[in-house]
Write a protein that binds this ligand. Structure first.
Ligand code: URA
Ligand code: SF4
Length: 221
């Protein structure tokens, strides 16, 4: 049967739900056009247990899409935004090694500017097309809490009316999903125009991450 692009990623997602199987299969996805111009798909990972089939994790963190470095290295949040995320996680006393880190969309969307590849925001169609991968990760990893980094991830799970500026740092509920906390994307810190904005955005991100850690702490005790 031909695999029709309008179905999105669903026809490419295998039945066998283990992370290594999914991670291998995502490289063959043609659920939308983004695979055409990317180096590779970047699947989620639990940094220290890349070969674990069904790792137990408390927290799953969802970004937007791979950036230039992620696209080259094949791993999520390893570029500038990832470095900043690492610092903020440290400050919130969250061990990244215990967090499953992934993205809403698995291929890098970009446009050329001179020799650079400039990030382009994924559209609704790509977000929807890629959702079966995110769903497969959620079903496999079963986190107790989802942390959405930025509006793309948050709106993908909570609907396009979700307002990050108003509702960041709060526990949100969506049917069939674990509790969700949304916060700013680290690139909102990197891209801030003034020192003041940069400082404030960073503080919001760290505070919301602390909320996420506190939620899990209470959930466990
Ligand atoms: N930004 C994201 O949203 N995800 C990455 O993996 C890198 C940068
Ligand atoms: Fe498939 Fe997602 Fe890549 Fe589109 S972005 S080709 S749906 S993995």
């Amino acid at each position: 049967m031909p695999k029709i692009a309008t179905e999105g990623a669903a026809p490419f997602v295998p039945e066998g739900r283990s992370l290594p199987v999914l991670r291998e299969a995502v490289q063959h996805c043609q659920g939308c056009d983004l695979y055409r111009h990317a180096t590779q798909a970047v699947f989620g990972e639990l940094e220290t247990h890349q070969n674990a089939t069904r790792p137990k994790v408390a927290m799953m963190m969802i970004g937007e899409q791979p950036g230039d470095q992620e696209d080259r290295q094949g791993r999520p949040f390893v570029g500038p935004a990832g470095k900043l995320l690492d610092q903020c996680l440290d400050e919130a006393q969250i061990d990244r090694h215990a967090v499953y880190v992934t993205n809403t969309v698995k291929h890098f969307k970009w446009e050329p500017r001179g020799k650079l590849r400039i990030h382009k925001k994924p559209g609704m169609q790509e977000i929807r097309a890629c959702r079966p991968w995110l769903r497969a990760e959620l079903e496999t990893v079963h986190p107790q809490l989802i942390v959405c980094l930025g509006a793309v991830a948050a709106q993908s799970l909570l609907g396009s009316k979700f307002k990050l500026t108003q509702a960041h740092g709060e526990i949100e509920r969506a049917e069939g999903l674990p509790p969700i906390i949304a916060t700013l994307h680290p690139s909102a810190v990197l891209r801030a125009q003034t020192d003041e904005d940069r400082h404030r955005n960073r503080e919001i991100l760290v505070e919301d991450l602390k909320q996420a850690a506190a939620y899990l702490h209470h959930a466990r005790s």
